[in-house]
Design a protein around this ligand. Sequence first.
Ligand SMILES: CC(C)(COP(=O)(O)OP(=O)(O)OC[C@H]1O[C@@H](n2cnc3c(N)ncnc32)[C@H](O)[C@@H]1OP(=O)(O)O)[C@@H](O)C(=O)NCCC(=O)NCCS
Length: 185
Amino acid sequence: MSLPAAARLIRPDAACMASFVEAMREGYSRDNLRAETPQTIAQIAAEPEAFVRQLLNPPTTIVLPDGSLGERVPETHFWAVEGDAFLGSISVRHRLNAVLEQWGGHIGYAVRPSARRRGLATGMLAETLGWCRENLPLERVMLTVAEDNPASQRVIEKNGGLHADTIPHPWVEGARGRRYWIDLR
Ligand SMILES: CC(C)(COP(=O)(O)OP(=O)(O)OC[C@H]1O[C@@H](n2cnc3c(N)ncnc32)[C@H](O)[C@@H]1OP(=O)(O)O)[C@@H](O)C(=O)NCCC(=O)NCCS
């Protein structure tokens, strides 16, 4: 599985920031539990280069979905682009901590609404698993997905994901989520 022709995976690049902001206005969100707001979009649009710098050198703390401050493990971000057009994002956390072991896992991704159903998420995950094999000392990676997200479950299963268990979603009241593992070796 590879990315559709013309799309490629790059490290975040300021040249794609106008398109990244457009994608947020279209409904792309950096975090599938929290939609972007006019405020978050305006903040990023005002300082696009600082935003890219932060993705390339992430801070060591993170605001968790319940508003508390947690440890951010080392993370590498990639963008799928066509020319300077931003299509989607995928990121790899280099190790799990107690929060990510429960929910979050090693890899998260999202595709902007206008670029969905073209095989982008499947191709982004396939390429990122290759990067993990070459760059991280991991035997396997964990991914988590809400029970009501069949598209993402399909993306993971097409990339060899094995459904390990289904648990109550720790951040969404009343929802359930699946934890998957993908072998790297
Ligand atoms: C989930 C998401 C990443 C899928 O991205 P995508 O680029 O459209 O996925 P692909 O084109 O690679 O499709 C993968 C598979 O899912 C299927 N699929 C895509 N959208 C679907 C939908 N809405 N309902 C059911 N199946 C769907 C595709 O048909 C394909 O399966 P197939 O090859 O058997 O036909 C995208 O919908 C998204 O960004 N959603 C919001 C963020 C999110 O949920 N992130 C993942 C969190 S775990």
